[in-house]
Design a protein around this ligand. Sequence first.
Ligand code: NAP
Length: 248
Amino acid sequence: MGELIDRVSLITGGSRGIGRACCFALASDKSNIALNYNKSSGAADKAVAELEGKGVRAKAYQADVSNAEQTKRMMDQILDDFGRVDVIVNNAGITRDRSFMKMTVDQWHQVLLVNLDGPFNVTSGLLPQMVERGWGRIINITSIVAQMGNFGQSNYAVAKGGMIAFTKSLAREVAVKGVTVNAVAPGFIETDMTAAVPEKVLDTVRQMTPMGRLGRPEEVARAVRFLAAPQASFITGQVVNINGGMYM
Ligand code: NAP
């Protein structure tokens, strides 16, 4: 408790699912929360009110992270409001599933723009002030799909695989600056994203998972909280798998 007191965490896509759970996990360590969302303003406002109830400062910021200008505006506003960002959770993500032979160039690009350009836009804007202070935590939410591949998700697998490569390269660049960079790779987690997956496919997923079930957002958020804590000071460039044993 309280390990992130006076720190500020930015969670992209914090309005729903895994991102929302990350906001609460980091707030339970007393981090102040900048919650980014794109479309779900009602859910973002509700989360902010609940976070404030936990005794931390919290504020919601609308921006499409794939849009460099909007993201820059958001980050300027966050730095104005909070003065710093110590922890970035690059969580915002989308899927546009289609078998590769039917995939349009638009579906390919949309997924890369949000899942890969998004983390670039956010991280490049906020990294300098972390390096300047000599402390920072960057946590990228990738996916088991980067490790195993998945039918109909070649665009998503490329984006999430790129995120792992980005994590390792950036980790090497900033290791001596007091900034750690790690990735968390969830398996199949119960959120709106998987609610769109046909039940028959989810049954197969359960059968392929030694634990026989999907994960919960809080189970992913716990790993994010661990990596953000000061005690995780010698962990960088790693991929932490939270998948019920589906990939090992
Ligand atoms: P989700 O329930 O669909 O929520 C997605 C979140 O991302 C929402 O808060 C959404 O905000 C935000 N978002 C989407 N596009 C955005 C954009 N352009 N700019 C800013 N925010 C944007 O998804 P989830 O299941 O929690 O997934 C979160 C992350 O975990 C994603 O990166 C996903 O790829 C990854 N992941 C999920 C699973 C899984 O099984 N669920 C497994 C592995 C990895 P608005 O609603 O405000 O638009």
